[in-house]
Design a protein around this ligand. Structure first.
Ligand code: NAD
Ligand code: MG
Length: 394
C-alpha cells in the first residue's frame, strides 16, 4: 500500500484523483486531503475516504470541519489549518505520493516541500513549476524525488519518451515536441467579438471540464503558454524545439518527434483520469474508469498552427521563456491577477494579455536563482498588475 496526500482535494483534479483511488483501495491509502475554503466538499470526502489528516487553509472553516466530524463521531482525523500545514502533510513520513493539485502560486511551497522530502510528486499545479523553474527541478534532483506530469499533454509526452526516461533529462534522440491544444472556446470567434466575452462563456470549455482559472487560461491560450514553459523544464528542451499544434478534437494529447522520423503520439478520450491513473500506477498501469476510445466516432483529426494575433498570451509566454530568469514568474503572477479581475468582471477578456504585457515591460530579466527572489518577484508582479488594472478603471 502506498500512502497518498492530495493537495487541492476538492478541485477538479482532486476529485478525479479520488475517483481513481477509489477503484484501487488495495493499492493506495489516503493519508491527507487538503482544501482552501470548501468545507462542505472536504467534509464529505472525509466521511467517504477517512484520511488521517484533513487540512482547511481557512482557520475558521477548519474549526467548523472539526466540529462537524466530532458531531458525526469521527475522531481519528486530525484537522489542521493554515498554509504551513500544507507543507507538513506533503512531507509526512507515511506519504509516498503527493498529488500537487492546488491551483496557482499558492501551490508552490507545498509542492516544493513534497519535492524536497523526496516524494513521488504527481504534478498538476503547473503554475508552481513555471514560477520556480530550475529551483523546483533542482529540488527534485537533489532529494531523489520522482516527478511525474499530470497535465495531459506532459503526461502524453512522458509516455512517448524512451524507456527509463526521467523528467528533467534531455532525451537525445527526441528532436521535437508537438504540444497539442484544443484552441478553447474562442478558436473561431471573430476577433472583434473577443472584447465582449463574459466569464461564463470563457469557462465553458468545449472538451475539458476544469476549474475556473485553468478554463480562462485555456480560452486565452495562456494555458498553452504555461504548458510550453512547463514542457521546457520537464523535458529539458529549448522552446524552439516545441511546436504548439491546435487539434480541436483533443484526442491526441501530444507527440514526440524522433531523429529517425518516427512521431509517437499518446491518444485517448479527454478525461484527466487517464493521466492521473498513469502517473499513480507508473511504471505499471491500472484501470482509470475512462471509457475506451471509439476511433470510428472520432473519424477525423485536424491540426492547425496557432494564430498569435488571436492568442497574444501564447506569444507572451514564448517571450517570457526566451527571456528567462524571473520573467516566467512575472508572467504567471500577472496572469493570475488578470484572470481573477476578469472573473470578477473588473476587466475585459482582451485586457488580460494587455495587463500581462504591461507588467512584464516593467521588469528586467534578472536571474531567478533563489526561492526568495521568486517569491519577492511574484509579490511585486502582482502589485504591478493591480496598479495597471486600477489605472484602467479610472
Ligand atoms: P480547481 O479550482 O478545481 O481546484 C483547486 C484546488 O486548490 C481546490 O481544492 C482548492 O481548495 C485548492 N486551492 C485553491 N486556492 C488555494 C489556496 N490559496 N491555498 C490552498 N489551496 C487552494 O482547479 P483544478 O482545475 O483542479 O486545477 C488544479 C491545478 O491542476 C491547476 O494548476 C491546473 O492548471 C492544473 N490542471 C488542471 C486540469 C484539469 O483538468 N482541471 C488539467 C491539467 C492541469
Ligand atoms: Mg494541459
Amino acid at each position: 500500500m502506498k500512502g497518498i496526500c492530495i493537495l487541492g482535494a476538492t478541485g477538479s483534479i482532486g476529485v478525479s484523483t479520488l475517483d481513481v483511488v477509489s477503484r484501487h483501495p488495495d493499492k493506495y491509502e489516503i493519508i491527507a486531503l487538503t482544501a482552501n475554503t470548501n468545507v462542505e466538499v472536504l467534509y464529505q470526502q472525509c466521511l467517504t475516504y477517512l484520511p488521517k489528516f484533513a487540512v482547511m487553509v481557512d482557520e475558521e472553516k477548519a474549526l467548523f470541519l472539526e466540529q462537524k466530524l466530532a458531531d458525526a463521531k469521527i475522531t481519528h482525523i486530525s484537522v489542521l489549518s493554515g498554509m504551513a500545514a500544507l507543507e507538513t502533510v506533503a512531507s509526512l513520513e507515511e506519504v509516498d505520493s503527493v498529488m500537487a493539485a492546488i491551483v496557482g502560486a499558492a501551490g508552490l511551497l507545498p509542492s516544493l516541500a513534497a519535492a524536497k522530502a523526496g516524494k513521488t510528486v504527481l504534478l498538476a499545479n503547473k503554475e508552481a513549476l513555471v514560477m520556480s523553474g530550475d529551483i523546483f527541478m533542482q529540488a527534485i534532483t537533489e532529494s531523489g524525488a520522482t516527478l511525474l506530469p499530470i497535465d495531459s499533454e506532459h503526461n502524453a509526452i512522458f509516455q512517448c519518451m524512451p524507456a527509463n526516461y526521467k523528467t528533467g533529462e534531455t532525451a537525445k534522440q527526441a528532436r521535437r515536441i508537438l504540444l497539442t491544444a484544443s484552441g478553447g472556446p474562442f478558436r473561431e470567434t471573430p476577433l472583434e467579438q473577443l472584447v465582449d466575452v463574459t466569464p461564463e462563456q470563457a469557462i465553458a470549455h468545449p472538451k475539458w471540464n476544469m476549474g475556473r482559472k485553468i478554463s480562462v487560461d485555456s480560452a486565452t491560450m495562456m494555458n498553452k503558454g504555461l504548458e510550453l514553459i512547463e514542457a521546457c523544464l520537464l523535458f529539458n528542451m529549448p522552446s524552439d524545439a516545441i511546436q504548439v499544434v491546435i487539434h480541436k478534437q483533443s484526442i491526441i494529447h501530444s507527440m514526440v518527434d524522433y531523429v529517425d522520423g518516427s512521431v509517437l503520439a499518446q491518444m485517448g478520450n479527454p478525461d484527466m483520469r487517464t493521466p492521473i491513473a498513469h502517473a499513480m500506477a507508473y511504471p505499471e498501469r491500472f484501470d482509470s474508469g475512462v471509457a475506451p476510445l471509439d476511433i470510428f466516432e472520432v473519424a477525423q483529426m485536424d491540426f492547425e498552427k496557432p494564430n498569435l494575433q488571436r492568442f497574444p498570451c501564447l506569444r507572451l509566454a514564448q517571450e517570457a521563456i526566451n527571456t528567462g530568469g524571473i520573467m516566467p514568474t512575472v508572467l504567471n503572477a500577472a496572469n493570475e491577477i488578470a484572470v481573477e479581475a476578469f472573473l470578477n468582471e473588473t476587466v475585459k477578456f482582451t485586457d488580460i494579455a494587455m495587463i500581462i504585457e504591461q507588467t512584464m515591460a516593467q521588469f528586467t530579466a534578472n536571474q531567478a536563482n533563489s526561492l526568495e527572489i521568486v517569491l519577492v518577484t511574484d509579490t511585486k508582479a502582482r502589485e504591478t498588475a493591480v496598479k495597471i488594472i486600477n489605472g484602467l478603471n479610472h
